[in-house]
Unconditional design. Structure first.
Length: 343
């Protein structure tokens, strides 16, 4: 297969590279390995596109390199996971990049669903939750408080449920088993991390466990059964959410349900942007990529259709500062296993 590219006519530049925000086994790595051939063909490269993995899973090191050291004689795109976007939002001191300046080519997105224990499967959402959590807080499974579950932590707080972050859960299956053992009360599900279909996963939940809300994109067959965050907030708080922390929640949630973003540096010449957009469209049509997306419950967007998904992960300065103040206020509480508060 590599030989077919040796005779191809190069388009503009001779070198091209996919810079991964993760290892070859990560979601970004899986995508890159499948997309390498269609990208190389469409860009008319003389060789198979180079894939440069990162030993870290959060993509921060790769994004720093991408913003600072992209050679001018090379076509280079980053394949960044949602963690990379989230680190910038929360003010991680390792971050020296600004993803809002990137030019998005392709996004893979899904949904983030918060699952909670309730006291009865037959009563309304408000009475179910209020009755069950009247005497204790919601113990939320997280990998760590500022991981991709941060959106669930903030979302439950905005709903008035004062969650306690229970760290150490990196797999949905482990969180579900912990919930069955009454060690936690809630966890977040990212459909692209499941080993089964979302329908099968929801069907195996105990009778008194149910989705509380979702953010992102769900098929219509699920939206009739699972309220979105606005609907859940209206039912529980009887008003529409607003303010800087709600804006921050929208951006943080987008980081969780946007599994990866393929992007170019801000100063990429227009002709190369056009080449990459065309190549990303070709990648979208590749049967292996389509099968991978279906298997992991992804919706893919390219070019102008991808831009809104990166925009959703951005927030105003006031919202970012409010988020970072909220994290600073609650960090000691999280260390001491105390309830999360708004302020």
């Amino acid at each position: 297969m590599l030989g077919s590219f040796l005779n191809a006519q190069a388009s503009g530049l001779q070198n091209a590279r996919l810079l991964l925000g993760g290892t070859l086994n990560s979601t970004a790595g899986q995508f890159a390995k499948l997309a390498a051939v269609p990208y190389s063909k469409s860009l008319k490269l003389p060789d198979l596109i180079e894939i440069t993995p990162d030993l870290e899973q959060d993509g921060i090191r790769a994004a720093n390199l991408f913003d600072a050291n992209v050679p001018t004689d090379e076509l280079c795109a980053i394949v960044a996971p949602g963690n990379t976007l989230l680190a910038s939002l929360i003010g991680d001191q390792r971050v020296h990049y600004d993803f809002t300046r990137w030019i998005p080519l392709l996004t893979a997105h899904s949904a983030a669903i918060v699952i909670v224990r309730t006291d009865s499967p037959h009563t309304g959402l408000r009475s179910r939750l209020r009755n069950f959590f009247i005497d204790h807080s919601v113990r939320l499974a997280v990998s760590h408080p500022t991981g991709l579950e941060l959106g669930a932590l903030l979302g439950l707080t905005l709903l008035g449920l004062q969650p306690i972050a229970v760290p150490g859960y990196t797999k949905t299956s482990d969180a579900l088993e912990a919930l069955k053992r009454n060690e936690i009360d809630a966890f977040q599900v990212l459909p692209y991390t499941l080993d089964t279909s979302l329908e099968e996963f929801l069907a195996q939940l105990p009778p008194t466990v149910a989705p509380l809300y979702y953010s992102g994109t769900l098929p219509d067959t699920f939206t009739d059964r699972i309220p979105n965050f606005l609907e859940a907030h209206q039912q529980l708080r009887h008003r529409t959410p607003e303010g800087n922390l709600y804006e921050a929640w929208q951006a943080v949630s987008a980081c969780a349900y946007t599994a990866l973003t393929v992007a170019l540096p801000m100063l990429t010449p227009h002709n190369f942007i056009a080449d990459w957009v065309k190549a990303s469209s070709d990648v979208l049509q590749n049967s292996s990529i389509q099968h991978w997306a279906e298997m992991h419950h992804f919706a893919l967007a390219v070019g102008d259709n991808a831009s809104p998904f990166l925009s959703r992960a951005t927030a105003s300065l006031n919202a970012r500062l409010a988020l970072q103040r909220w994290i600073s206020f609650n960090s000691p509480r999280w260390r001491d296993n105390q309830e999360t508060r708004l302020f």
